[in-house]
Design a binder for this molecule. Sequence first.
Ligand code: OGA
Ligand code: NI
Length: 345
Amino acid sequence: MESLPVPSVQAMVAATGGAEVPSRYHRPEASQDPVANDIEAEIPVIDFQRLLDPDACPEDSARLHRACQDWGFFQLINHGVPSDVIKGMKASIEGFFQLPPETKKKVAQERGQLDGYGHLFVVSEDQKLDWSDVLYLNTRPPYRKNLRFWPDKPDNFRLTLEKYSAATMNTVERLLPIIAKNLELQPEALTDKFIGGIQSIRMNYYPACAKAENVVGLAPHSDAGFLTLVLQVNQVQGLQIRRNGTWVPVKPLDSAFVVNLGDTFEIFTNGRYKSIEHRAVVNTEKERLSIAAFHGPNMHAKIGPLKEIVAHEVEAYKTVDHENFRRLFLSGKLVGKSFLEQMKL
Ligand code: OGA
Ligand code: NI
């Protein structure tokens, strides 16, 4: 993909006072969509410790099954990532975005590169842009790390990210057998594909915008990978998921992960579990930060319906090499679930 470096939104807001919305960011149509109110809907909450308990009652895993099937989104509490690791990561990313522009630029994305500080999915000069800056880093397996784009400020950033990466990966690895069981699969049907699985971490910074209704923080999309763990860094909400034609705001519990199923999950399960579109809106007064950890199978795994699942049903998705799958995904702008459409048979 050709990624065209664009100026940081944070720097632009600092320069203009944030009251103006340049035309490349002006997207008033986004605020026309209906948004559900507080009492209408709330994503399910899953307690990980209860699921891991050898004496867990079947109702706990059934709740996870329903969350995957009916929502594609849930909040994971008691997820096992130590609170000091979460705290350290939050502080590191807040610290990074507060650094002077020249310091952040040292890890700026380069043309054709995803890693680093900048924007994602900028594919043309005239395309509309999201009201956010990102720091995107490949974290696992180790050969995918490009340390050239890992900030060395604030102090300990790299070490903190390593710890966070290991802990979130561990949570995902422990979730896999439970998900496999819910799908009536042997654990290995999933876990084998995640030996040497990939992980990328994207840290999102959404500056406040006085005319927030005229901008989009992160345009509607589904995630390409298998599972995403999103951590809300500060108290400002903004994530919304598409459900029954409306946008449902997510209200994260303190230190919970908001977990969502990506396109790879939908493909593996031949559509039993679906990836769900989501977006981020911007606050009028306060900046917002979030950290999304994306997880996918290893690069040798084929991306297609699991053979155990399609033994007795018609395949609804193509099977492609992981490399080709990623290339296809990265070649376009994220627009809703349009990428997944290309994988359908
Ligand atoms: C993402 C994402 C949501 C958020 O990075 O893919 O959906 O709350 N982030 O920032
Ligand atoms: Ni996403």
